[in-house]
Design a protein around this ligand. Structure first.
Ligand code: NDP
Ligand code: 8X3
Length: 251
């Protein structure tokens, strides 16, 4: 039977690449993000392959998240796969200098946003005794690095929520998977450095980083395992990376 996936942050990077690979494998899509034009464009590109609908919301807006998800027509309500991907880093500065608003945004988006979307979708999975939740963590949620402070805290929270979901939802037959990448070249660094293209490019200087497609392939691998197999937790690095801080740059 055809499955339905809801992907947050599908307008760019890992979320967009995941939507594309899911469409190639006949998974119907609910694609989400704030940038409506991008959602509409992606929907029109993928709708020759699968059924696609869009939901435009900011994951920080709790009421809007619940309204949008409950507004889905009946045929879209049975979501089999939730990809909790929306998120970003904002800033890279030491604790004493970091912007408090950046810190608040990362907690509001990466942690609270993921909680709102999950709480809006999990009840029907519990009722149907099936479902698969993919949470995008990060190596930043396994090892803190200098100046990573609140971004790392947000991804450590995702790591804990991932384990918590798996422990609590196992009795309902729901799979929960964490995908924790290292360096992936997307719009991530451009957002982190507030549009500073030079600084964003430097993050990947001398390395071949992962692509969004590399991560999406691992996500598709996880969702395409047989019913009795759950990929619980994956760390995914470019070959040149060994930890949050050890990167073999050839410059
Ligand atoms: P991108 O910046 O390319 O994509 C981020 C996506 O999140 C966009 O689609 C954006 O959509 C969405 N998003 C951001 N803020 C909000 C919001 N407030 N409400 C709704 N959607 C939002 O980055 P990546 O693809 O790299 O990041 C995806 C995930 O992967 C994130 O959780 C990130 O932390 C994680 N990750 C990334 C790594 C990397 O090196 N790139 C490594 C490890 C993990 P829109 O702006 O349209 O709302
Ligand atoms: C993104 C990877 O190392 O920039 O989560 O934090 S890193």
């Amino acid at each position: 039977m055809k499955k339905i996936a809801l992907i947050t942050g599908a307008t760019s990077g890992i979320g967009k690449a995941t939507a594309e690979i899911f469409a190639q494998h006949q998974i119907d899509l609910i694609i989400c993000g704030r940038r409506k034009e991008r959602l509409d464009l992606l929907a029109s590109e993928l709708s020759s392959k699968v059924n696609v609908t869009t939901l435009c919301f900011d994951v920080r807006n709790k009421d809007h998240v619940f309204e949008q998800i409950s507004s889905l027509p009946e045929i879209w309500k049975n979501i089999d796969i939730l990809v909790n991907n929306a998120g970003n880093a904002h800033g890279l500065a030491p604790t004493d200098k970091a912007d408090l608003k950046d810190w608040e945004d990362m907690i509001d988006i990466n942690v609270k946003g993921l909680m709102y979307v999950s709480k809006a979708i999990i009840p029907q999975m519990v009722e149907r005794k099936t479902g698969h939740i993919i949470n995008l963590g990060s190596i930043a949620g396994k090892e803190v690095y200098p100046n990573g402070n609140a971004y790392c805290a947000s991804k450590y929270a995702v790591d804990a929520l991932n384990v918590g979901m798996r422990l609590d939802l196992v009795q309902h037959g729901i799979k929960v998977t964490a995908i924790n990448p290292g360096l992936v070249e997307t719009e991530f660094s451009l957002v982190r450095f507030k549009g500073d293209e030079e600084r964003a490019k430097n993050v990947y200087k001398g390395v071949t980083p992962l692509t969004a497609q590399d991560v999406a392939e691992v996500i598709y691998f996880a969702v395409s395992r047989p019913a009795h197999v759950n990929i619980a937790d994956v760390i995914l690095f470019p070959t040149a990376q060994a930890s949050s801080t050890i990167v073999n740059r050839i410059i």
